[in-house]
Design a protein around this ligand. Structure first.
Ligand SMILES: [Zn+2]
Length: 271
């Protein structure tokens, strides 16, 4: 029970899973993964995300326009997102953000869609799932003008100071396969030093494979390997890391998680 963990970020709607999606879900559940959050990326994929999520009680949809596809998005998509989110009650608006790592992505366009979706999340009182690369300070600045109730900085990569600023704004930081690599020194130090109540687990499948599955399709089946790394790095027990990160996600996204109860050996900070 206590080892139940949740993949806070897996793109199960992607074609990479079309051939064996049910098998992947089945073996992930057998490995102890008790829930899956599928973030939205483009308007064209929202219905697929919703279809997969409604097929089982342990899969939750987020809806959003990903910065990576900013050339495909339109004002009609923003309007459509507002309508669909009001009707379908996703657990978050995401995945949205700012990617300054890839030079071909138009920063102005990305900012436009990010700001509009932050405002929508605020209107709907929903958390957000953020994709940020080489833009932590910029996004912190944008969040000042477009505040939201919080959410997740997915695949967080930044300084402990930047992490602290996101935590102050109600965010948890997502850690995935990258922390399984010993060479990810900076990221592993961060995952060691952050308070446990600021961490959620993720795979970002089919991308960002961990060390054991390098160059292969990533999958929520491998989420326990992220837990393995955190167990090696941190002082808390495996059970406590599993239970606390699951509780963090449950609270952030208001999830109803089948079979999840607080473990006896974990102290609730808010009795
Ligand atoms: Zn993603």
């Amino acid at each position: 029970m206590t080892k139940l963990i949740i993949d806070s970020h897996c793109h199960l709607d992607m074609p990479a899973f079309d051939k064996d999606r049910q098998q992947v879900l089945k073996s992930a559940r057998q490995a102890g993964v008790g829930g899956f959050v599928i973030p939205g990326t483009t308007a064209g994929r929202w219905n697929k995300v919703l279809d997969i999520a409604t097929s089982a009680g342990d899969i939750w949809p987020a809806l959003g326009l990903h910065p990576y596809y900013c050339d495909e998005h339109s004002q009609a998509d923003l309007d459509g997102l507002a309508d669909l989110a009001r009707r379908e009650h996703p657990v978050a608006i995401g995945e949205i953000g700012l990617d300054l790592f890839l030079p071909h992505l138009d920063e102005k366009k990305q900012r436009h869609y990010l700001e509009a979706q932050l405002d929508l999340a605020r209107d709907l009182d929903l958390p957000v799932i953020l994709h940020i690369r080489k833009a932590n300070d910029q996004v912190l600045q944008i969040l000042k003008q477009h505040p939201v109730k919080g959410g997740i900085c997915h695949a967080f990569s930044g300084s402990i100071q930047q992490a602290g600023k996101f935590i102050d704004l109600g965010f948890c930081l997502g850690f995935g396969g990258m922390i399984t690599y010993e060479r990810s020194r900076k990221l592993r130090r961060l995952a060691t030093e952050l308070p446990l109540d600021a961490i959620v687990l993720e795979t970002d499948a089919p991308d960002m494979s961990g060390e054991k599955h390098r160059y292969q399709r990533n999958s929520p089946e491998y989420l326990p390997e992220v837990l393995d790394s955190l167990e090696q790095l941190r002082r808390e027990s495996r059970e406590e890391i599993a239970a606390r990160t699951t509780l963090n996600l449950q609270q952030l996204l208001s999830l109803k998680i089948p079979g999840f109860m607080l473990s006896d050996n974990m102290t609730d900070r808010h009795p």
